[in-house]
Design a protein around this ligand. Structure first.
Ligand code: 3PG
Ligand code: MG
Length: 394
């Protein structure tokens, strides 16, 4: 992979436009519940500032309707948090696409945050007129938004085509390097854990990983569909009946690679206060919901993880948000932490679990990305990265 990096370029006195991924989770009151993505974006911003660039940063937040500003999707809370971390004012610019007074006033060594880029009409469709206007604002375009690298949008793709120079920021470069290393020449055995609620959203990654790895551990609702495919009982658990055939074909194509849970922790209702009941899979009743794996399945999973050379993790094993159903995900997190394997993890729920169980410092690499992480694992070309490569080769 070859693209220019921010560190390769002289940015003194230049106008630098950084596309970051500051799409952080917020509670109902708008408070940021996890600022990892903001903190991960700071080194690139600091570097540009320290070397005398006039810095503009933008990001999307959520999926707002284009063409109109809304307070719920405003980057105002992010500007505040970014300013606290940087220790410098970070003014937020509302209507920025056409430049103007704010742009003329932007000084080297200072930074502004440009309001949610998805407020701009044409952002998601990668509109070329919009992308040209954005490119016109800068001398150097920096893509540091690995979390959005799977989207070809005006700020992740089109602008890179038209900006005078285009390069990767340090977070983008580090993510690609760490994930590339885990996949290109991995220490074996390679164990992938894919959890979460639906097979349908992760079918391609399941198929791709099944072919590449030595063991594919499935968790959550995804595991339920595989249990059904293996003729087990799932009661009224979350399951995708129409994908049982797909799960079956993965099991048939890779015999022994996908261990199926042998026991579960069930409940009669989906609730934090529901009474947990341990059961062998064959004893799961029609009105049971599987919310976690049981102790025998945990033991199997621990043995597999202990022997791994490389571990890739996306998606929880059970409903770890509920204490009675957290044991499977906790055991997995702790087993990965204890292992000497090179471990990488990504995705919002996965990272939340890692923090909840206090193992963050013992995971080799935690990605800031969810969807982009999965697409990278699938071996897909990330359009934002491809554009940086095109620019570097031209
Ligand atoms: C994410 O949170 O996965 C990224 O920020 C991309 O967001 P999107 O799925 O709304 O494009
Ligand atoms: Mg998302």
């Amino acid at each position: 992979m070859s693209f220019k990096r921010l560190t390769d370029l002289d940015v003194a006195g230049k106008r630098v436009f950084i596309r970051a991924d500051l799409n952080v989770p917020q509670d109902d009151a708008g408070n940021i519940t996890d600022d990892s993505r903001i903190r991960a974006s700071v080194p690139g911003i600091r570097d540009a500032l320290a070397r005398g660039a006039a810095v503009m940063v933008t990001s999307h937040l959520g999926r707002p309707t284009e063409g109109k500003w809304s307070e719920a999707d405003s980057l105002a809370p992010i500007a505040k948090r970014l300013s606290e971390i940087l220790g410098t004012p970070v003014p937020l610019v509302r209507d920025w696409v056409d430049g103007g007074a704010w742009h003329a006033a932007l000084q080297p060594g200072t930074v502004v945050l440009l309001e949610n880029c998805r407020f701009n009409t044409g952002e998601k469709k990668d509109d070329d007129v919009l992308a040209r206007k954005m490119a016109h604002l800068c001398d150097v375009y920096v893509n540091d938004a690995f979390g959005t690298a799977h989207r070809a949008e005006a700020t992740t793709h089109g602008i890179a085509k038209h900006a005078p120079a285009a390069c990767a920021g340090p977070l983008m470069a580090a993510e690609l390097e760490a994930l590339g290393r885990a996949l290109a020449h991995p220490a074996r055995p390679v164990v992938a854990i894919v959890g979460g609620s639906k097979v349908s959203t992760k079918l391609t990654v399941l198929k791709t990983l099944a072919a590449k790895v030595d063991t594919l551990i499935v968790g959550g609702g995804i595991a339920n569909t595989f249990i059904l495919a293996a003729h087990g009982h799932v009661g009224k658990s979350l399951v995708e009946a129409d994908l049982v055939g797909e799960a079956q074909s993965i099991l048939d194509a890779f015999p022994g690679k996908v261990p199926i849970p042998v026991d579960a922790v069930c409940a009669k209702e989906f609730s934090a206060t529901a009474a947990p009941m341990q059961k062998a899979i064959e004893n799961v009743a029609p009105d049971d919901m599987i919310l976690d794996i049981g102790p025998s399945s945990i033991a199997v999973l621990k043995m597999i993880v202990a022997k791994a050379g490389t571990i890739v993790w996306n998606g929880p094993i059970g409903v770890f948000e509920f204490d009675g159903f957290a044991a499977g995900t906790r055991a997995l997190a702790e087993a990965i932490a204890a292992s000497s394997a090179f471990s990488i993890a990504g995705g919002g729920d996965t990272v939340a679990a890692i923090h909840k169980f206090g193992v963050a410092d013992r995971i080799s690499y935690i990605s800031t990305a969810g969807g982009a992480f999965l697409e990278f694992l699938e071996g897909r070309t990330l359009p934002a990265v491809a554009m940086l490569e095109t620019r570097a080769s031209g």
